[in-house]
Design a protein around this ligand. Structure first.
Ligand code: AMP
Length: 193
């Protein structure tokens, strides 16, 4: 089973993906994690995207599609969870083509609906928690960058809601419920997909 978790930054996609990895042996494909890893290891691509990421803007479709293409070559275990990808219509088309080439299907697109005010609070909190735990906060977890990330979401990513709705793949859930209730809502969608 291959699924997309769709929602603005701070909606809880990563938290829910981690649960699915544990409970269903799925593989989480987070382009944000892959890009952060490229930065940490100092690859040419990592250096190129650093400033774009810190500003909260999207990196090019070509880069993230390339990252996903590589990952689809590996073991698929219980299926892929696309987390933070696709973020543009071009990425969504590319994902459809990559899956078709592999003889794979997309089984569900789960939109996690949340409220902007709560999102800004969540990312500012995530930064504070990281600092309290002695870890570096994500450079893009601050109010300025968050505003850009939200605008990028509305301009470039939210059209995917209509795109997947038209394909009959979309299920929307309340992302403001507790972590366990959100997990339960995701389970209900997967059980009927
Ligand atoms: P995330 O961890 O998903 O919030 O991603 C962090 C940052 O990485 C984003 O703000 C973008 O700069 C970049 N990024 C991650 N995934 C994508 C994507 N699918 N398309 C473009 N940029 C992305």
């Amino acid at each position: 089973m291959n699924i997309i978790l769709l929602g603005p930054p701070g909606a809880g996609k990563g938290t829910q993906a981690a649960k699915l990895v544990e409970e269903r042996d799925m593989i989480q494909l987070s382009t944000g994690d892959m890009l952060r890893a490229a930065r940490t290891s100092g690859t040419e691509m990592g250096n190129k995207v650093a400033a774009i990421m810190d500003a909260g803007e999207l990196v090019t479709d070509e880069i993230v599609i390339g990252l996903i293409r590589e990952q689809l070559e590996g073991d698929k275990k219980g299926g892929f969870i696309f987390d933070g990808f696709p973020r543009t219509l071009a990425q969504a088309d590319a994902l459809g083509e990559l899956l078709a080439e592999k003889g794979e299907t997309l089984d569900a697109v789960i939109e996690m609906q949340v409220d902007d005010e709560v999102l800004v609070g969540r990312v500012v909190n995530r930064a504070a928690e990281a600092v309290a735990a002695g870890k570096p906060a994500r450079a893009d977890d601050n109010a300025d960058s968050m505003r850009v990330r939200l605008m990028e979401y509305y301009k470039k990513t939210s059209p995917l809601i209509g795109y997947y709705h038209a394909k009959g793949d979309l299920s929307s859930i309340d992302g403001l419920a507790s972590i366990d209730d959100v997990a339960g809502a995701i389970k209900a969608v997967l059980d009927k997909s």
